[in-house]
Unconditional design. Structure first.
Length: 162
């Protein structure tokens, strides 16, 4: 029953958070609902690859939060254990980067300046949230373990060294 409840909570927060930011808002207000994919257009194909990669990366992160962290992507229902496996070995915020990749793919698909500006706004707000809330909260919760993690792994730029 515990795993089912965790899965349902993860699904709920996925719909409410990245679903809203990369799905509903761009769909409803920024023109994604009117997108007409031209399969022979290389720009459209590149955009679809970006969107699919973002969705796959996001799903991987959500799974890892549940599997090894025993929590969800929501700040009100966070992992109980520091997640440093999977994509989190390479970058501290792959979930935000995945959402950003989806929105950039949408901007490329539509060649939309409005979506590009939305992406910049989203990324700016996320950066402020990460530095102002998430990192201090994680430092308080996990102490030296988190400090060591931040020394090894970058906030936004992936590192592939061992």
């Amino acid at each position: 029953m515990g795993n089912l409840w965790l899965a349902l909570r993860s699904l709920l927060w996925t719909v409410l958070l990245p679903g809203m930011m990369a799905g509903f808002i761009p769909w409803r207000y920024l023109g994604v609902s009117r997108a007409q994919v031209q399969w022979q257009n290389p720009r459209h194909l590149a955009a679809l690859v970006m969107i699919a990669a973002g969705v796959a990366l996001l799903a991987t992160c959500i799974w890892e939060f549940a599997r090894s962290g025993r929590g969800t992507l929501s700040p009100v229902d966070p992992p109980k254990h520091l997640v440093v496996r999977g994509l989190y070995r390479y970058v501290r915020n792959p979930m935000y980067l995945a959402v950003a990749l989806i929105v950039l793919g949408e901007a490329l698909l539509l060649a939309s300046l409005n979506l590009l500006l939305y992406w910049a706004f989203f990324f700016g707000v996320v950066n402020l949230f990460v530095m102002g809330y998430e990192e201090p909260t994680l430092r308080e919760q996990f102490g030296a373990e988190y400090d060591e993690y931040t020394r090894r792994v970058g906030r936004w730029i992936p590192s592939f060294r061992r």
